[in-house]
Design a protein. Structure first.
Length: 96
């Protein structure tokens, strides 16, 4: 929603950070539609402002991670190679 109302001409970067989720479950239709709407909007930002979005996702040991799902969530961006996929490692939590 924030990107739809954005009027700034100084926008230089868009970063989306995904947090760990269970990705083995199918994505609900309404959620998938929101991702596809975001995909179209980010392609428009690339076309009009040459802003290459970055999708950051946490590595998910032993399971499929969001990086594997990027192609289905952002199909036009990934097909055109207009998105940077960046994997990061969540910091470990110390247990006392």
């Amino acid at each position: 929603m924030a990107l739809q109302t954005l009027e700034s001409k100084n926008l230089q970067r868009i970063t989306i950070r995904l947090y760990t989720v269970t990705t083995e479950e199918p994505i609900e239709e309404t959620v998938l539609q929101e991702w596809l709407d975001l995909d179209r909007m980010l392609v428009r930002f690339w076309t009009s402002h040459s802003i290459r979005p970055r999708l950051m996702y946490a590595s998910n040991e032993g399971r499929k991670d969001m990086g594997d799902r990027a192609q289905s969530l952002l199909p036009e961006l990934t097909k055109r190679d207009l998105v940077d996929l960046v994997e990061y490692t969540l910091p470990s939590v110390a247990h006392y």
